[in-house]
Design a protein around this ligand. Structure first.
Ligand code: ADP
Ligand code: MG
Length: 263
């Protein structure tokens, strides 16, 4: 069953058409990665899926409800979003920021509940931030800060988590740490994950489904081994590659050079 789908999305910025009649579905329980070159419309797609951007045409559905007709609170109880380069308000502690994730569950007459505290603690434990909970977010390392944003999203107790390049700017070890964290939430806490990824090998290793965005459309979507091919990499990214299968049966992509332009 699709927890989220978008049908015939078109997004134009001024004269420029960025998404062109794009259709995509995210199956419940899966990890779906969105790949594509710079400027292909990935962030635009994620913003449209999370209602941070209104499409010129087409609709987004969350559990078969039209996103345009839902309340912000209802959406935030089901969906958490981590944008491409989030910025924390100054002087907030880790715990303060993670507590923001509970806002959709609070009512103005009640304020914070015991359940809110429990969810914040749970999110801090999951992301191994409990010891750092009184640190100021801006003093943390890149990897730690990214974990705080993920903790905030988790405290929201979402059914689906959308992330835009959650590992960019992190070193290899911290990239894997984030990928493992997301895989764990997906496996053990039943959270559907849809994310824009830069690293094709991460997408191949961790995703149930890969969607490749090219010129504002879905070029291909499906299992990593069906979608991440020499042909896709050549046509969409303009690179030549060799693809192998490793000892656990996952694809490993080696980029061997730029595709020579004809003519
Ligand atoms: P990606 O995330 O795949 O790198 P984006 O979705 O950020 O790509 O951008 C796709 C295209 O849309 C780019 O050409 C970008 O310049 C353009 N674009 C994105 N946001 C805006 C905006 N707010 N106004 C004008 N153009 C935009
Ligand atoms: Mg982007």
């Amino acid at each position: 069953m699709a927890i989220m789908k978008a049908e015939n999305l078109s997004v134009d910025f001024y004269e420029k058409s960025v998404l062109k009649n794009l259709t995509i579905a995210v199956e419940k329980g899966q990890i779906v990665s969105i790949l594509g070159p710079n400027g292909s419309g990935k962030s635009t797609l994620l913003k449209t899926l999370s209602r941070n951007l209104k499409p010129n045409k087409g609709s987004v559905y969350l559990d078969d409800n039209n996103l345009a007709e839902l309340s912000a609170k209802f959406i935030a109880r089901k969906m958490a979003v981590l944008p491409q380069s989030p910025e924390a308000p100054k002087d907030l502690t880790v715990r303060d920021l993670v507590e923001y994730g509970r806002y959709p569950h609070q009512s103005w007459w009640q304020g914070k509940s015991q359940e809110d505290d429990q969810c914040v603690d749970w999110a801090l434990v999951q992301t191994e931030l409990l010891d750092m909970s009184s640190r100021i977010v801006s003093t943390l390392s890149g990897g730690e800060r990214q974990r705080v944003w993920i903790a905030m999203a988790l405290a929201q107790k979402p059914e689906i988590l959308l992330l835009d390049e959650p590992t960019t700017y992190l070193d290899i070890c911290h990239q894997l740490e984030i990928m493992e964290l997301l895989a764990d939430f997906n496996r053990n806490h039943d959270i559907t994950v849809a994310m824009v990824l830069h690293d094709i090998n991460h997408a191949a290793r961790y995703s149930d489904c890969v969607a490749v965005v090219h010129q504002g459309k879905i070029f291909a979507m499906g299992k990593p081994e069906d979608v991440i091919t020499v042909h896709t990499l050549r046509v969409v990214f303009g690179v030549e590659s060799e693809i192998q299968i490793d000892h656990v049966g996952k694809l490993v992509v080696m980029i061997t050079g730029l595709t020579k332009k004809r003519g």
